[in-house]
Design a protein around this ligand. Structure first.
Ligand SMILES: Cc1ncc(COP(=O)(O)O)c(C=O)c1O
Length: 450
């Protein structure tokens, strides 16, 4: 085995890291993780860290699951690949499971990543409207601060200027509106009224654009990477009602919120809204295999007859719905269900929120601690009375946590000046001791950072 200096040097020379570039000579190397078990990962020097971000919000069932590895191995031995221009049993089984989880009357299109799942949703909604005699409906309305992926279409929907501007101009036909940000809402405003006002703003945008040119609205149930922005309960139902008034489809991006992250199977479950399309990736396999799905209502599916004519879907993707990915996803859903991980996310998340509020909620750098399930955000501010964001302090908290064996996230490189939210999204298998570690470390970090 090479020693850690050798790994680091080889990494420095040959690996171009995401969100990064060529390291300067002598620069410190990245954290190199070699193993994982439960909620913990171990680096090449044997140092352990609680992974407070589940990798990239995706290892929902936790690390070191032999049953998930076995599901992939068994499927690869039996049938390594077959395309979904035809079919295979794991895709059929998974589609039935997803249909059940989403309340029925659904059909699934598969791809490999959250970005592709959203790209596919955009293609589907445009073709859907064309085929129903409304070819001018091509615009997609998304929200500022939300991330929907890295490919050029998904990046066009992304409302984070700092991830977009080096690659512009992007695809035409994408617009953005402001999302609800309850912490920074106008003082004295009622929370639920604020949710309705934000939905009304979105509806005004549809009207200004001419409803007959708008194909779909896309949103996460909770903006995750953009700063854990939890909308008022009134918001999503009001958005859905506005979409229905104007013949606009609603795409809900569950790439992070899905598969238990927010304490329910999907982030939109509690809202009572039935989206026209739901996109998902990451936690669908707990990251044991790349897989994504774009799950559409039967009404959308029905607009694409498979009669050999021109109205069928014109999309093909080699590895989308890979048999091993589907087999892993089926097993993963079984594990989340049988081991009560969705409930664990709800109860463990509530405990974590309560304990963090008690431990650090009154600290001068903490504007708010908010969360749902095992998705928690800490709004780090320079001044609680003005709510001035402090990205620098948030970064210092992350560094202090890493020194104490806790890995956390932050909404860096999203919206200018709003890079101050510390994110906590551990695997859903976290133990009580793991939660103690998170609370203790954050308490120490805030005492250190001041
Ligand atoms: C909400 C959301 N949608 C889409 C994506 C894109 O997923 P992927 O990185 O798998 O392409 C992400 C990635 O973080 C995401 O957070």
């Amino acid at each position: 085995m090479p020693d850690s200096a050798t790994w680091t040097e080889a990494d420095r020379r040959h690996v171009w890291h995401q969100m990064s570039g060529r390291p300067a000579d002598g620069a410190a190397g990245p954290l190199i993780i070699a193993e994982g078990d439960g909620a913990w990962v171990t680096d090449i020097e044997g140092r352990r860290y609680l992974d407070g971000m589940s990798g990239q919000w995706c290892v929902n069932a936790g690390y070191g699951r032999h049953d998930l590895a076995q599901a992939a191995a068994a499927q690869l031995s039996k049938l390594a690949f077959y395309p979904l221009t035809r079919s295979h049993p794991p895709a059929i089984e998974l589609s039935e499971r997803l249909d059940g989880l989403l309340g029925g009357d659904r059909a699934c299109l598969y791809s490999n990543s959250g970005s592709e799942a959203n790209e596919l949703a955009f293609k589907v909604v445009r073709q859907y409207h064309q085929q129903r005699g409304e070819p001018h409906r091509f615009k997609i309305i998304a929200r500022y601060r939300a991330y929907h992926g890295s490919t050029l279409g998904a990046l066009s929907a992304t409302g984070q200027a700092l991830r977009r501007y080096a690659y512009e101009p992007l695809a035409p036909g994408f617009l953005h509106v402001a999302p609800p940000d309850p912490y920074r809402r106008p003082e004295g405003t009622d929370l639920e009224e604020y949710g309705r006002t934000c939905a009304a703003e979105l509806e005004r945008t549809i009207e200004f654009e001419l409803p007959e040119t708008v194909a779909a609205v896309i949103m996460e149930p909770i903006i995750t990477g953009g700063g854990i922005l939890i909308p008022p309960d009134s918001y999503l139902p009001a958005v859905k009602a506005a979409c229905e008034r104007h013949g606009v489809l609603l795409i809900v991006d569950e790439v992070i919120c899905g598969f238990g992250r927010t304490g329910t199977w999907f982030g939109h479950d509690a809202s009572g809204v039935r989206p026209d399309i739901v996109t998902m990736a990451k936690g669908i396999t707990s990251a044991y295999f790349p897989l994504a799905a774009t799950v559409v209502s039967d009404e959308v599916f029905a607009a694409f007859p498979a009669d050999g004519g021109v109205r069928r879907l014109r999309h093909i993707n080699t590895f989308g719905g890979h048999p091993a990915g589907c087999a892993v996803a089926v097993k993963n859903i079984e594990i989340l269900e049988e081991e009560g991980m969705i409930e664990r996310s709800a109860t463990g998340g509530a405990q974590l929120l309560h304990r963090l509020r008690r431990a650090i909620g009154e600290h001068p750098l903490v504007g708010e601690v908010r969360g749902r399930g095992l998705l928690v955000g800490i709004e780090v501010v320079a001044d609680r009375s003005t709510r001035e964001p402090s990205g620098a302090k948030a970064a210092a908290i992350l560094a202090a946590a890493e020194r104490r064996q806790l890995l956390l996230g932050r909404n860096a490189d999203t919206a200018a000046g709003l890079d101050n939210v510390v994110a906590i999204a551990p695997p859903l298998c976290v133990t009580d001791e793991d939660l103690d570690h998170i609370v203790n470390v954050l308490t120490e970090c805030l005492a250190e950072v001041q």
